[in-house]
Design a protein around this ligand. Structure first.
Ligand SMILES: Nc1nc2c(c(=O)[nH]1)N[C@H]1C(S)=C(S)[C@@H](COP(=O)(O)OP(=O)(O)OC[C@H]3O[C@@H](n4cnc5c(N)ncnc54)[C@H](O)[C@@H]3O)O[C@H]1N2
Ligand code: MOO
Length: 418
């Protein structure tokens, strides 16, 4: 029997071929979830001046003891500073965010004062520097705020905006095509016969790919003929994709035509069959260079990445989590670990010794053992059963040839959702 390639080696080959795609500028409100291609550097100092942090009165701390009576000489509001100076014995009304008037070095909050006409009596003494936000306290012009390679979150967008930046340079979204194969497949909602299987993989793979930042296209279902599979692969590769994902037809049966069809279209398979359960028949290769003479002026790498996934829905999902999502992240310039990110847990049941395939076992996560979560395998592990996958919280990961382990022993798991 041919030795199967370890998962780590397959991932290494997949990621070593992935270069970040081109760069585009997008407005802030379109940048959520995109990966920065250039660092965000502050274009201003914030706050731009010393400002009040509270509604109250700007005073000179030296003459603002408790029960001091000060003459009110003006007002400073956010965006409308006071022109003038706080001299001894005087005060200026300030509001939150207002520039501190010259001469003042403290703010007494409104609740600690009494006002009678233009006389402000302090019921609390002022403390120097109290309730003042210093100029540049948040950041200063030229500060590095966010490094390139970072996936932007909601708060990063607000930070960039506050630094006077309206557009960000981000890596282009990968264009992913999903090509399904199998005579038996019909679309959901169309009343299929018992001999049919409902097309489901594109929905899980499409959602995972979109969440990982990709643009996803459904390229339809191919019948089980060599000619149709070759033509389908050819047409898909001609469509300017960055990643082509096929599902089904990956194994060794008479109808498993994807590997020969890919090879016939010039795809060099760097990975074919790996030591993974579920997901043994996985394939990965690079398509031939695209002919850019036909008007395709993109500057980035023109070789599409091709992932051939098994048809079994759980196998396809696990392969997408372990291979497709990291590939999409790498194509967007994110730093990606070359191994699945596994978290520690304790076993909630005995498990038997593993064979040579790395095993991703559908499992629940419940309770904890001294703060470490407890993982319990679900009783049925058939790679066709989506109800079991949906019921699972995590995938318990068993390394190749791991010995039997008892309830309570340490183990590791892969999260099913980010
Ligand atoms: N003799 C052997 N048989 C099999 C082997 C093997 O090594 N030797 N490997 C098994 C393993 S492991 C897997 S996984 C499957 C993978 O098979 P294929 O990738 O060729 O998948 P298909 O045969 O096309 O389909 C399997 C199963 O999944 C259903 N399917 C396919 N596409 C979809 C889709 N888009 N949505 C929902 N369901 C889909 C299909 O109808 C089949 O029921 O091979 C084992 N066999
Ligand atoms: O690898 Mo298959 O995916 O075990 O069912």
């Amino acid at each position: 029997m041919q030795a199967l390639m370890p998962v780590e080696e397959a991932l290494r080959r997949l990621l070593s071929a992935a270069r970040p795609l081109g760069i585009e500028n997008v407005a802030l409100d379109a940048a959520d979830g995109r990966v920065l291609a250039a660092p965000v550097v502050a274009r201003r100092t914030t706050p731009g001046a010393d400002v009040s942090a509270m509604d109250g009165y700007a005073v000179r701390a030296g003459d603002a003891s408790a029960m001091a009576a000060l003459e009110l000489i003006g007002e400073s509001a956010a965006g409308r500073p006071f022109i003038g100076r706080v001299e001894p014995g005087t005060t200026v009304r300030v509001f939150t965010g207002a520039v501190m008037p010259e001469g003042a070095d403290a703010v007494v909050i409104q609740e600690d004062t009494q006002r009678e006409g233009e006389t402000i009596t302090l019921t609390q003494a002022a403390t120097p520097g109290r309730h003042i936000r210093r100029a540049g306290g948040d950041f200063a012009t030229g500060d590095l705020l966010i490094a390139a390679g970072h996936r932007l979150r909601a708060r990063d967008l607000a930070l960039a905006a506050s630094a006077d930046i309206a557009e960000l340079a981000v890596f282009r979204r990968p264009r992913v095509g999903l090509l399904s194969t199998g005579d038996e497949l019909v679309r959901p909602g169309t009343g299929a016969g018992s001999h049919n299987v409902i097309l489901s993989n594109i929905y899980s793979l499409g959602a995972l790919a979109r969440r990982a930042g990709a643009e996803v296209m459904d390229l339809g279902v191919l019948p089980d003929s060599m000619e149709a599979t070759q033509r389908g692969v050819h047409d898909a590769l001609a469509g300017g994709l960055d990643v082509l994902v096929t599902t089904g037809g990956a194994s060794v049966g008479d109808h498993d035509l994807v590997a020969p069809a890919l090879t016939s279209q010039g795809v060099e398979l760097a990975v074919h069959k790996i030591a993974l359960r579920p997901g043994k028949p996985l394939m990965f290769g690079l398509a031939p260079k695209r002919d850019t003479a036909g008007g395709d002026t993109r500057a980035d790498d023109t070789r599409a990445h091709v992932l051939g996934l098994p048809g079994n829905p759980v196998s396809a999902h696990v392969c997408a989590l372990v291979f497709l999502v990291p590939l999409l992240r790498a194509l967007q310039g994110e730093t990606v670990p070359t191994q699945p990110v596994l978290k520690p847990a304790r076993l909630g049941a005995d498990v038997k010794a593993n064979d040579h395939r790395m095993d991703f076992i559908r499992a629940t996560l419940a309770g904890d053992h001294e703060g470490v979560p407890i993982v319990r395998p679900l009783p049925v592990q058939d790679s066709s059963m989506l109800s079991v996958l949906a019921r699972a919280d995590v995938l318990l990961v068993r390394h190749p040839n791991a010995p039997a382990a008892a309830e309570g022993e340490p183990c590791v798991f892969l999260a099913l959702e980010d």
